[in-house]
Ligand binder design. Structure first.
Ligand code: HEC
Ligand code: HEC
Length: 200
C-alpha cells in the first residue's frame, strides 16, 4: 500500500515537472526563421545585392539541374532580353531547335512543343464546352499529350520557369541532394518520355 502511494506521488511529480517544463520552454526569436537572426531588428537586416551572371550567351557555364527534369537555370547574361514581349522573344532566336545546335545552345525540348491541355471552348453562359457539350468546371477536363508544330503558348514566357541565378552569401545552406535515375539527367531532360509515368 505504502509503495503504491509512493509510486503514485512520484508519477504525479513527474507529470507536474513535465507540464511546467513544457510551459516554460520557449523558442528564441532568432531560431524561428531560416535566417537564425533576431526578428526584432529587421531594420538592420540587409540582404546582399542580386548579381546575376554576366557571362554572355555562348560563353557561360551551364548549371547542374536541381533535380530530375527541373527547368534548367539560365547560366548566361539576359541583359536586353527581358522582359519577353509578344513581339520580342529573343530566347527562341537561339534556343529554337532549328538553330540551337549551330548556336551551341540547348534546344527547347519536345515538351514545349506539346499541348497538355484539352481544346475547349467557352459556351454562351460562360461554362466550358468540350466536344459541343458543356462541362461544369475544369476538373472535368482530360489531360492530353498532343504534339504541336509550334511552340506551345503556355511556354512562350520562358522566364516564368527559367531564371538566372544570383550568388548570395546570405542564403541558408541547402541540404537537398537530388537523386537522378541516370547520371546524364543532371544536365538534360527527358520529361516528354516519362510524363505519363505512374499515371493509370
Ligand atoms: C544569343 C543566343 C542566346 C539567347 C538570345 C538566349 N540564350 Fe540561353 N543559352 C545560349 C547558349 C549558347 C547556352 C549554353 C551555355 C553557354 O554557352 O553560354 C544557353 C543556355 C541556356 C540555358 C541552360 C540550358 C541547360 O542545358 O542547362 C537556359 C535555361 C537558357 N539558356 C534559357 C534562355 C532564356 C530563357 C533566354 C531568353 C531570356 C535565353 N536563354 C536567351 C544562347 C542563348
Ligand atoms: C511552364 C514552365 C516553362 C516555360 C514557360 C518554359 N520552360 Fe523550358 N523547361 C521547363 C521544364 C520543367 C523543363 C525540364 C523538363 C522538360 O524537358 O520539359 C524545361 C526544359 C528546358 C530546356 C532544357 C532541355 C533539355 O533537353 O535539357 C530548355 C533549353 C528550355 N526549357 C528552354 C525554354 C525556353 C527558351 C522557353 C521559352 C520559349 C521555355 N523553356 C519555357 C519549364 C518551362
Amino acid at each position: 500500500m505504502k509503495l503504491g502511494k509512493l509510486t503514485l506521488s512520484l508519477f504525479v511529480a513527474a507529470i507536474v515537472t513535465t507540464i511546467s517544463f513544457a510551459a516554460t520552454k520557449t523558442i528564441k526569436d532568432d531560431s524561428i526563421g531560416l535566417r537564425q537572426d533576431t526578428l526584432f531588428s529587421e531594420d538592420k537586416v540587409v540582404s546582399d545585392e542580386t548579381k546575376y551572371g554576366t557571362d554572355p550567351a555562348g560563353g557561360s557555364t551551364k548549371i547542374k539541374r536541381a533535380f530530375e527534369n527541373a527547368p534548367p537555370m539560365i547560366p548566361h547574361d539576359t541583359e536586353g532580353m527581358l522582359p519577353i514581349t509578344i513581339d520580342n522573344n529573343q530566347c527562341t532566336a537561339c534556343h529554337d531547335p532549328a538553330v540551337a545546335e549551330s548556336m551551341g545552345a540547348t534546344p527547347i525540348p519536345k515538351s514545349h512543343f506539346t499541348s497538355f491541355r484539352e481544346a475547349v471552348a467557352i459556351a454562351k453562359d460562360g461554362n466550358l464546352e468540350r466536344d459541343g457539350k458543356e462541362v461544369a468546371n475544369s476538373s472535368d477536363l482530360k489531360p492530353i499529350i498532343k504534339p504541336l508544330d509550334h511552340l506551345s503558348n503556355a511556354r512562350f514566357n520562358c522566364s516564368a520557369c527559367h531564371a538566372p541565378q544570383s550568388n548570395s552569401v546570405n542564403v541558408p545552406k541547402n541540404n537537398f541532394a537530388p537523386e537522378f535515375r541516370s547520371s546524364d539527367l543532371n544536365d538534360k531532360s527527358n520529361l516528354i518520355d516519362v510524363v505519363t509515368e505512374g499515371v493509370k
